[in-house]
Structure formats: C-alpha cells, structure tokens
Write a new protein. Structure first.
Length: 284
C-alpha cells in the first residue's frame, strides 16, 4: 500500500496558503530548497504536477486544487487526534491556604517555578495559623490547604511528611538558659502549645518575650537576641538554626498535611499539590 507523507502534505498546503515556496519555508522554518524537494517528492509519488510557475509565483495546478481540500482534511484529522490526546494548558484561579512559616520558606521558590510553568493559573495565597485555615467556617474558602496536624489526631488530609518539631535560634548568638526566653506565635499556634506544654513538664524557668504571627517578625526578634522558638524542621529559614541543649525538652513530631478541596479546577489543584509534595520531601 502506498502512503502519503503528512509532512509533505503540510508543506504543500502551506505553499498554497502562504502564497509561495519562500513564504511557506519561513512559515515552516525550512529553507526554500527543502520546500521544493518536499513538493517534488509529493508530485513524484502522485505522478501529478501540483504547481504551475507563473512569473515568480507558484500557483496550484488543476490537480493541486483538487488535492488541496483533501490534504487539509487529512491534516485536520491528524492534528485533532493529537489535540485530543494532549492535555489542555492549565488555567483557572486557585486559592491556597498555607501556614505562615511555610509561606516564608516554601512559597517563594515554589510559586515562581509553578507560575513559570503554568502562566495561565492565578494563585491566591492566604497565610495563617493551621487552626484558622482548617476552621469549619473558613476552610471552604480554599481549594488547597497545607496545614500542621498533631500525629495523634485523625485527619482528612494527606500526610505529606511526618516532621520533627525542633528548637530554633540565632546561629551566632549563644543560648541563654536562665530564664529560657521565648519568641512565639499567638495562642492557637501548634508550636506555641507544644513548647509551653513541654516546658511545664520541667522545672527550668521560662518566659515569653515576644509574640508575632509572622515568621519574618519572629526571625527578626530572634536575630536581635530576644529569644528562641520552635518550628517544623522543614520550615526553618536560612537565617535561623536548630538548637539542642539539656534544658530544651524534645518537642516531638508533627504531620504536614495537604487538604485538596478543589472541585472547580481539580487538575490545577492536583498539579500544585504535587509541586508542594515534591518540594517538601526534597527539603526533608
């Protein structure tokens, strides 16, 4: 069975639609000799002259005009098959809820990479305490939520990693242990609860020197020597460092979970979720 080359047919159609060999070559990104060779091969296979030269122009012959609509139809069928099998570009609006500390450390690189790859996706990011993000009255305001969950608590979310909660301080300032000075987020923060509960189990003196819901503010206070804090290992910014000391009790584990609630743009939501999971697991 003889088979026509779709590539040669595409060149043939381009010559007619672009108005000549040279313009067809520019359109297809090929040289004029390469276009001429493809047309010659097609003519030899069909044993028909497809173009007539009039002056400097190549006009379709009677056979060329007969072939043109059939070639168009074959190319359209070919292209429609590939369009059907190729996922459409991601687009839509996605509302992401994320804890404050991850907004400062995880988001900058991740959002830049995601936005470059999927420029038609509009991301609306809200950072808050995990408890606020998962509150029944607010959680449906988001399509995707990254949140901290105590390992002992049941969760509807997907556990991405089980992370260590660690003490964190300034890399160049020595730890001052009497009293232990704390820089913490407000009430409702899981780290705050974990720190206070652990310190109450021992006799060392401690105090809360500074409170701020934003990690940037907490980090600035720590770098100024106001105290230390606690964070998930994977959310520690480069300006801070983990601490170990006999006066600092072990703070246990925390589950970092994703809650995918999107129904309008499920493919977009799933794609961003995979980005977040990959980045978190790489850090951990």
């Amino acid at each position: 069975m003889k088979q026509l080359s779709l590539d040669n047919l595409r060149t043939f159609v381009s010559v007619i639609e672009q108005g000549g060999y040279a313009k067809a070559g520019e359109f297809l990104g090929r040289s004029q000799p390469a276009v001429s060779l493809q047309i010659k091969k097609l003519e030899e296979q069909l044993d028909r002259k497809l173009f007539t030269k009039v002056g400097q122009r190549h006009l379709p012959s009677v056979d060329g005009n007969w072939l043109y609509p059939k070639a168009k139809s074959m190319l359209e069928m070919n292209d429609s098959i590939f369009r059907s099998l190729t996922p459409a570009p991601l687009s839509g609006r996605l509302r992401l809820g994320i804890p404050n500390e991850f907004a400062s450390t995880l988001l900058p690189g991740l959002i830049g990479e995601f936005s470059t790859r999927y420029p038609d996706v509009v991301l609306e990011v809200t950072s808050a305490l995990s408890r606020e993000l998962l509150h029944e009255a607010k959680r449906h305001s988001f399509d995707l939520i990254l949140a901290l969950v105590n390992p002992a608590e049941p969760t509807e979310g997907e556990v991405v990693i089980e992370d260590d909660v660690v003490w964190v301080g300034d890399a160049i300032r020595p730890f001052v242990e009497n009293p232990i000075s704390l820089v913490l987020a407000p009430d409702g923060c899981m780290y705050r609860s974990r720190v206070i509960d652990a310190l109450k189990q021992q006799t060392k003196a401690w105090k809360i020197a500074y409170t701020n819901a934003d990690l940037t503010g907490l980090a600035a206070a720590i770098n100024q020597g106001l105290g230390i804090t606690a964070l998930a290992q994977s959310s520690i910014p480069s300006t801070l460092t983990p601490l170990t000391h006999s006066y600092l009790p072990v703070l246990g584990k925390v589950n970092i979970c994703l809650f995918n609630q999107d129904t309008q743009h499920p493919v977009v939501s799933k794609t961003l979720a995979e980005f977040i999971k990959t980045r978190l697991r790489k850090v951990n």
